[in-house]
Design a protein around this ligand. Structure first.
Ligand code: ZN
Length: 402
């Protein structure tokens, strides 16, 4: 269906980062035109005079099915939370529960302006894909390989991960990704094999790294290297690698990630909630050339999938950590949640420009918490919440229309 959107205030995220009052023409699933006045007969028309339109937000690290476990195991440190609560509960989850959890989680994301997400989970991947399609989001999905702790042989772990890739690689909304859970849950042999397969098949490679101090100490003991140095020594860092957390790092490790042009995903809320300590230095990652993005992490360790909250907290923590009010600008935060994320996933989105995929979010500009309009980016990062999201278009389809 072709859609003409009239008179919106557009946060374009184009190369000039223009904010402009203009019309948008959507043909099928693409943005066909963005300009002052488009006169075109279309099947559907939206008067956007009272809306701020931004590119769909991209949640770069989550475990969406865990919405079904939301609220389970509060006030625990990461390892305790995993060992005592989450892993035992996950081992009992059925396919139906994982489908329902994904439905809840993807709907929550849609209602809060997220149009794409990068996910890692450990079983029932087909259920996650089906529920994602049902909601209508773009899912970058993977079966996280954890052969050291799953109690299964590495052959069956591998078969499941690759089977999912083969089954879903041609789907319009689902893009398979290769994930290894972490350096403490995945063997060296499997890390190497996974990255080799990902590069050969032009897939993204996703891993948790340097999330806690324990992980650093264990890695130093086992490999005599820090976690990021260890990944580098295995040749696992390049522009197709997505590192979730990467919080406990040295300046040398930040330089290694920057040099490799790898992506890091800052998940500030999950880190704070699980009391992992320290603050991820996204300011320095950015300065060293790493691709900085943002994620919520799973809804059982956050406990929401709210990217507005994540953007705000990420910016505030940088100011606080460096004692510098301009440590990380609102423009950089929005870039991290849109353009940088799209780049990391190889997705033709992240900005509102001719030729890009039609993934758009409409915020009601008249709601009190978004008034007045001195600085729209500041309103977006520091004041907006999911309640301001009134319409969402994903792949040219209108999914929410309030
Ligand atoms: Zn995670």
């Amino acid at each position: 269906m072709d859609i003409l959107i009239k008179n919106g205030t557009i946060i374009t995220q184009n190369s000039k980062r223009e904010i402009t009052k203009a019309d948008i023409l959507i043909r099928e699933n693409e943005i066909a035109e963005v300009k002052k006045s488009i006169k075109e007969k279309t099947e559907f028309k939206i008067d956007a005079s009272d809306f701020i339109i931004l590119p769909g937000l991209i949640n770069m690290h989550t475990h969406v099915a865990m919405a079904i476990l939301r609220g389970l195991g509060e006030d625990l440190l990461l390892q305790e939370w995993l060992n005592k609560k989450i892993w035992p509960a996950e081992s009992k989850l059925t396919g139906k529960q994982i489908f329902d959890g994904t439905k809840i989680g993807t709907q929550e994301m849609l209602l809060s302006g997220v149009t794409s997400f990068n996910d890692m989970y450990i079983k029932e991947l087909d259920q996650i894909a089906e529920a994602t399609i049902k909601t209508g989001l773009r899912g970058f999905l993977s079966r996280g390989i954890l052969d050291l702790i799953s109690g299964r042989d590495s052959k069956s772990e591998w078969k499941e991960a690759i089977g999912f890739v083969e089954k879903w690689k041609k789907n319009k909304l689902i893009t398979p990704v290769i994930s290894c859970h972490s350096i403490y849950a995945t063997s060296e042999e499997m890390l190497l094999k996974s990255k080799e397969y990902a590069n050969k098949n032009k897939l993204k490679f996703h891993i948790h790294i340097s999330e806690t101090r324990k992980e650093i100490f264990d890695c130093l003991k086992k490999h005599r290297k820090r976690p990021v140095e260890y990944l580098d020594s295995l040749g696992l860092l390049d522009s197709n690698t997505i590192l979730a957390h990467a919080s406990w790092v040295t300046k040398r490790e930040i330089r290694l990630v920057g040099k490799a042009k790898s992506t890091i995903v800052n998940c500030p809320i999950s880190n704070l909630k699980l009391a992992t300590g320290g603050i991820c230095q996204i300011k320095e990652y950015w300065e060293e050339g790493a691709n900085v993005t943002l994620g919520t992490d799973g809804p059982a360790s956050n406990n929401s999938l709210n990217m507005f909250e994540t953007m705000k907290l990420a910016a505030l923590l940088q100011k606080h950590h460096y004692w510098k009010a301009d440590a990380f600008s609102t423009q950089k935060i929005l870039d991290a949640a849109t353009l940088n994320a799209a780049k990391a996933l190889g997705l033709n989105a992240g900005s509102i420009e001719k030729g890009k995929l039609a993934d758009l979010v409409f915020l009601d500009a008249r709601t009190p918490n978004l008034m007045p309009h001195y600085d729209l980016l500041s309103n977006l990062v520091y004041s907006a919440h999911p309640g301001n999201v009134k319409k969402v278009i994903v792949d040219g389809k209108i999914f929410l229309d309030a």
